[in-house]
Design a protein. Structure first.
Length: 304
């Protein structure tokens, strides 16, 4: 509605609405989370979780509201037809911008359970948002490098144990576990450094998604393979707030998860690790071809 205004004005209005939304919902969320912590009975604490989820979904809905008010974006979304709100999904997407988070929340809010992202342990220190992620049981992960494990072999397997504990709560209430398989946002610099066998994607890091599958067992209904494309160029968050993102394409493909992927040990079974990496590689080859089609063969470019 307001997209006709100068971009600077649109950016100011969108930023104000974004912050107002944060400052409205965060205190409510944290108050309910505090009540949950203070309740001594585990069974009663679990009854608070759906309330926290509804608060978060209200937050996301209001984000969609200010986006609709300030952005003139054309949304081209396909593949939502068969999804279930009361299900368990492992969700994977390519990652190009912080805008991806808002895109995913906007597209899937109310269609599948609230997206729960695996976060680095350090992110719990982010002002306000870190506490909100904690209140919503987002899993905070501490992954150890190969070099660190060589010096501290007693820590081997601790990251998987942490993942399992974080996912225990997800087996009780329907959940969508979100993972960016590339592990980082796409940039031309990273692409040139990696030299991946793809045109539009960085190399997939299979370990994180393998950990989630191992931790959750056969709870997941399926894998949602999400492809996000910005036909006019990859936007920064500031570009989005300023209303410069005119088109967003989202394709949703529901993939069956092979049963053996929930039973085998990615870390300690070299044969399975190679099989799993080949599976993710194939997913990435198909995603790369899809992006090529949706971009009409154009290269990735920043939004001008």
């Amino acid at each position: 509605m307001l997209s006709f205004l100068p971009t600077a004005i649109v950016a100011i209005i969108a930023t104000i609405l974004l912050l107002l939304n944060v400052f409205f919902w965060c205190p409510i969320l944290l108050l309910v989370a505090l009540i949950k912590v203070l309740i001594p009975v585990p069974f009663l604490r679990t009854m608070i979780d759906p309330i926290l989820i509804k608060i978060a979904e209200g937050w996301v809905l209001c984000n969609s509201g200010w986006m609709k008010l300030t952005q003139g974006t054309q949304w081209d979304v396909q593949g939502l037809g068969e999804l279930k709100y009361k299900g368990w999904y492992l969700v994977n997407a390519n990652h190009q911008s912080w805008v991806d988070i808002l895109v995913l929340q906007h597209v899937f809010n109310g269609k599948i359970p609230l997206l729960k992202f695996f976060l680095k342990k350090e992110l719990i220190k982010v002002p306000i948002m870190g506490l909100c992620w904690w209140a919503l049981d987002f899993p905070f992960m501490q992954r150890f490098s190969k070099a660190y494990l060589e010096k501290h072999p007693e820590m081997k397997g601790k990251d998987l144990e942490t993942t399992r504990k974080a996912c225990e709560k997800f087996s009780v209430i329907p959940t969508s576990v979100m993972n960016f398989l590339e592990g980082t946002r796409f940039t031309q610099k990273k692409y040139e450094k990696q030299q991946p066998p793809y045109r539009y994607l960085l190399k997939p890091k299979a370990g994180g998604i393998a950990f989630a599958l191992n931790a959750m067992g056969d709870k997941f209904n399926s894998l949602l393979n999400i492809t996000i494309v910005y036909p006019d160029g990859i936007p920064s968050f500031g570009d989005f707030l300023a209303g410069k993102v005119k088109r967003i394409i989202v394709r949703v493909e529901e993939e069956k998860i092979p049963a053996e992927f929930t039973e085998k040990d990615y870390n300690n079974d070299p044969e399975f690790r190679a099989q799993f990496q080949q599976w993710t590689h194939q997913l990435w080859l198909e995603k790369d071809d899809l992006i090529h089609q949706l971009l009409d063969g154009k290269p990735h470019e920043p939004l001008q």
